[in-house]
Ligand binder design. Structure first.
Ligand code: ZN
Length: 471
């Protein structure tokens, strides 16, 4: 045995000293083919059309690199041109979206496969998509695409079309904006692979990435009339909500590279979506009339981590060099304070009041201070309320409503027992009057506990005769 051991030791070649001191190869750069200047995060194929005039401008003429994430395949809704429905329709819409974006020079496009969730409640959509799984994917794609700018829907329950899926895509985009540079989130993504050319690597070799500016867009203003609503109802409805909140881009400008207006390029983009309102684009092209697409693209500056003006260009103030992680406020204190009683609007509005603070979206706290929603005449509405007891003693809340003429209440109870530390979820059920013309109305609920006035919740409802989604 001793002899054998001696032989084997002698067979090992001596390690030359020079090897230990030689220079290791430089690390590989992240794959430049997927670098984006702007990452767009939306819910459905065709959501991109609303900002299509702007995407055409920056992609075709400013030569910005644009990447797009769709959180769903668009597997809900009807099919304007065929029998394909559900998952099959989703597969068609994936190709429609790829072709629509390719017409604007955009090829880096991802689909996360969440299911279309009709409604206006962002939390239902997030639940249906598996929030954590979707966030994992979007953070991964932010780290792959390394965008300076993220553009997404408005995370705000404003009255308008305001699909819950649209809001969910913006909640996820905002979360990913704030988490992608934090290596403690999805750390497996930012851990180097053990052997990049080997098999079975279970860590991903990405780098943390901090985007710089977050922009929102919404259909709760005039130009959604082209897609969803009766234009006759528009006067006075949400025309000013976007004033002073961000830049606006004219779509009647002629594209220097394509020699047609950005509105026409947007119409051509729409025409690829034959399963859903593609006919609008086809009709505009056939008639050479692009007025339905000539609305300006208006963006809302959600936040910027560098110095930039609110209404300045999207790329104003953007640093060409990567920037380090920027910590947001997060959820760090009890928003209602201690030893208090609170009566307030429930979810999703309550969620948003926490979310905006946590993610430094202070502009949204001010943009639309009262809860609001859109409904049709005759609709039944479910208004969630919360009676919160942050004291040491059990309390009984008494809740009364004040409704405009023609409304009726079907709420089951008027008194609610609330133990210390509890928030009692109250579902106020009301029915709107049967007919009328488009107008804002205010519904009010107030709560008392014993002889104490606890609080008042006012909800603004836009009553119309068309549009709207189930709550
Ligand atoms: Zn949509």
């Amino acid at each position: 045995m001793k002899r054998l051991l001696l032989i084997s030791v002698l067979c090992i070649s001596p390690v030359p000293l020079a090897t230990a001191q030689s220079l290791a190869p430089a690390l590989l750069e992240p794959d430049a083919r997927y670098k984006a200047d702007v990452l767009v995060v939306v819910a459905h194929p065709d959501d991109d059309v609303l900002i299509g005039g702007y995407l055409a401008r920056i992609s075709l003429d400013e030569h910005k690199r644009v990447a797009v994430i769709y959180c769903t395949n668009g597997d809900g809704g009807g099919n304007d041109v065929g029998n394909e429905a559900g998952a099959a329709l989703g597969q068609l819409r994936v190709l429609e979206a790829r072709r629509a974006l390719a017409s604007l020079g955009i090829e880096n496009v991802w689909f996360l496969g969440g299911h279309d969730t009709p409604g206006q409640n962002v939390l239902r959509s997030l639940d249906n998509w598996n929030h954590g799984l979707a966030l994992d994917e979007i953070v991964r794609l932010v780290r792959i695409t390394r965008p300076e700018v993220v553009i997404t829907w408005l995370p705000d329950p404003v009255a308008g079309e305001n699909h819950g899926d649209h809001q969910a895509s913006s909640v996820l985009a905002t979360e990913a904006f704030d988490l992608a540079a934090d290596p403690t989130w999805f750390p497996e993504q930012v851990s180097p692979p053990r052997d990049r050319v080997g098999m079975s690597n279970l860590t991903e070799g990405l780098l943390p990435w901090q985007p710089q500016k977050l922009y929102f867009f919404t259909d709760a203003f005039e130009n959604f009339s082209a897609y969803w609503h009766d234009p006759a109802e528009l006067p006075g409805f949400r025309k000013t909500i976007l004033d002073g909140t961000g830049p606006s881009y004219d779509t009647t400008t002629i594209s220097p590279s394509r020699h047609v207006s950005y509105a026409q390029l947007e119409a051509e983009q729409q025409a690829f979506y034959r399963t859903q309102e593609g006919a609008l684009g086809e009709k505009a092209i056939a008639g050479k009339n692009f007025k339905d697409f000539e609305f300006p693209v208006r963006l809302i500056l959600g936040k910027t981590v560098l110095l930039a003006s609110i209404t300045g260009d999207v790329f104003e103030g953007v640093s060409a060099d990567p920037i380090p992680f920027v910590q947001v406020e997060g959820y760090g204190h009890h928003p209602d304070g201690t030893n208090s009683l609170r009566f307030k609007i429930g979810d999703p509005w309550n969620f948003y009041s926490l979310f905006w603070r946590a993610h430094n979206l202070h502009g949204l706290l001010r943009m639309n201070p009262q809860p609001e929603l859109a409904a049709r005449y005759g609709d039944k509405l479910n208004i969630p309320l919360l009676a919160c007891n942050n004291t040491q003693d059990a309390v009984e809340f008494a809740v009364t409503s004040t409704l405009p003429p023609g409304w009726s209440s079907q709420t089951s109870f008027t008194r609610y027992p609330v133990r210390p530390g509890e928030c009692y979820p109250i579902l106020a059920q009301v029915t709107a009057p049967g007919s009328g013309s488009g107008q804002w109305q205010q519904l009010t609920w107030s709560a008392t506990a014993g002889s104490r006035q606890v609080g008042v919740v006012k909800v603004h409802v836009y009553l119309g005769n068309s549009g709207g989604l189930p709550q």
